[in-house]
Structures are given as C-alpha cells and as structure tokens.
Design a protein around this ligand. Sequence first.
Ligand SMILES: [Zn+2]
Length: 416
Amino acid sequence: MGVRVCSRCLYSENHPLGIYIDDNWLCSGCKVHEEKDTLNWPEREQKLKSILSEYKNKNLNNYDCIIPVSGARDSYFIVDKIKNVYGMNPLLVTYNAQYNTERGIRNLVYLRTHFDCDIFTLTVNPKSIKQITRATLRRLGSLYWHVLAGQTVFPVQVAARLKIPLIIWGAHQGIDQVGMYSHLDEVEMTRKYRKEHDLMGLEAEDLISDEDQVFAKDIYQFQYPDNHDLANVGVRGIYLNNYIRWDTKAQHEKMITKYHYESHPQTRTFDTYNDVDSFVYSDLHDYIKNLKWGYGKVTDHVNREIRLKRLSRDQGEELVNQYQNIEPKFNRQFMKWLGVTDNSLNFILDQHRNPEIWHRDGNWKWTKEDKYIQPFKSLVEANRLAVSQECEFNVSKNKQPDYIDSEYTLMSKGWV
Ligand SMILES: [Zn+2]
C-alpha cells in the first residue's frame, strides 16, 4: 500500500499530527489554510481584543496575562502585539531548553530589554535533564521531549501558582500544519493535546523507571498541574493564530527591522528565522524526524511557504532535496553534553528508524523506500496557488560577530 501525497503541498498521509487527503488529493492542512485568505481578520482581531479586555487591569497587583517566550519563534512578535499594540501587562515565562545558541540567548536578553517586561525562567538541574533525555532517547528516539514538556507546562504552572488565568500562545501547530481544526473553532490549550502530540504520548510520570534511573524528583517540574488548581484560577490558553492571520516569515521580518531580532542559517532548512535559539532543533532533532517519519522540518517550511504563495510546488521539491539529507553538524556537542559515544548514539537512532521507510541494503547502508503515490499532474495543476511573492529568508546582523561560544560564559545554558 502506498501513501498518497497532497497535490498542493508536499505532505503525505504519513504525518505525526494526522492529516486527511480528500478525493481531489488536497490535504486538510491546505484546505484549512485557505481560511487565511477568506476569513474576516479585522473582525477576528476584534474578538481577540474583547477576550483580552476581560483580563486587562483586573487586578492591579498582578499581571494581565502570561506569554511563553524563547530566544526565537515569534516571541518578539507576540510580546510586541500583546504589550505595545493591545496595552496588556504580560509576565514573560521561559523554559531554559539548555540547547541554547549564543544568538538565542542574546535574542532573549534583548527581548526583555526592548519590551521592558518581567521574566520568569525555569532552569531544571542538568542531572535530571540528562537522565530524562537518556530515557526519552531510548524509549522515543527523542532528545527534545524535555524541551517540549517544559515549554508547554512551565507557563501553566506559573499561571496556577501566581493566579494569572490567561496564557497567550502563538500558532497552534495542529491548525497551521495539518488543519486539525478550523480557525473558527478557536481551540484552546488542553492537557490532552499536550500529551498526545507535544509529548508523543508519554507524560512525565510515565518516565519514572529504575532502568532509566529516572525518579519522581526528576520529573516534578514537568508535571501538569492538578485540574482542580487550574479550574480554581480559571486558567485558559489561547492561540493567536485563531485571531491574527499568521505569517511567521512576515512577522519575523517586521521584528528584524523594528528590534534587530537576530536570524541565522540553519543546518537542515532554509528558514533562518524560527529556530535560531537551539543547536539541536534544526540539526540532530530534525535528522531524527527524518528517520522516524521520512521527512524533515524543511518539508514543513516548504509547505507553509507554498500555502502562503511564496513557493511553487516544484521549487519546494528542490528545497526538500537540497536540505533533507544533510547530516547534522552538532552531534559532537550533544554527545559531549549527554556523555554518550558515536556508536551508542547511532545504535539508539537505528532502533528508531521507521522500518516501513528505511531498509538496509546489501552493503549494510540505510536506504529510503519511495512508497509515496504522487498526484496526477492535472490535479497538481487544478490545485495550484499562483506564487505572488518572493521567498527570501534573510540573515540579520550578528550583534557580536567576534564572539566565540564558550561553555563557561554561557550561564544561560544552565550547565557548564
Ligand atoms: Zn496539502
């Protein structure tokens, strides 16, 4: 049985978030994305304003809302909108991913300076993080579980503890990538979505095991608060892409011009804006995505740009071919941090290769099976969107070009 590929973008039916391809070979992601050109966005923004007004200046001794931030990914845009455009008083909250680049650290430092906001940072002790990462690498083939878990839970914990009910997130990936919901559904954050998609089905408490040497004390910071505590405060998390026409490229470009947000080339994708704060995300983490799912982040980025009418399907295919098989550059840095050898990392990664996609040939080399069914040319033609803009991602000026990354000076890494 083959796997069908969308006739507009390059997603196949094999997507971790689940995707549906209809009889016209158009995927659910492409269909919902069309709402970006049909919805009445000024009206949607009014709706956002009325939600925000319910929380504004409710309690003069407290913040109006929480914004989860990092040294990348639309953090500048979200804070600029919420604080400067809508006049809210946000508390910024950040989970220290520990795979930080010096550029990401600088972006975060400048973020709090430019926007004059208070920020709460959680840096979990390095020993627990390493134990957890060894366990998730072994069980899920994921070195990123702790980051996804921490980023999605720390803001919720702070909301419950400090009694700040409103959390404002950027884009909901399920909507933007696969059209899991319509923008009009106005879905909000849930414990269930976090577990099933962000955490790949594995909650913090499921990690406790003698075999992996992960104990209750190690996972405490990753546990979702009690439903009762959340209900008492009335905690809710909204996604801005339900109310603002989301275009991450245009948003980052505004922030580069306005606040000199730093962008940087990435190992395995052409998007130089979104993930500049991490040395594993567009590198080893993305390489593993290709082993598990048969595609990498570059496909996500290409599809987004096809839908926003900045790339044709052919140009997209070229970019995927150019980036998808690039070897990660920062394995050594990661292995040194975790204390594992080349051989043991490769052994673990091979365990997580998808056997339906990867096969070993006679020379013991891994090859990828092409099991995709491409759409007929006529359908591609019928569902094509006319390209109306350039798709150039810029690299902005490095604020400290002579800086050499040092494991001793980057305290924000959380470890030395
Ligand atoms: Zn599609």
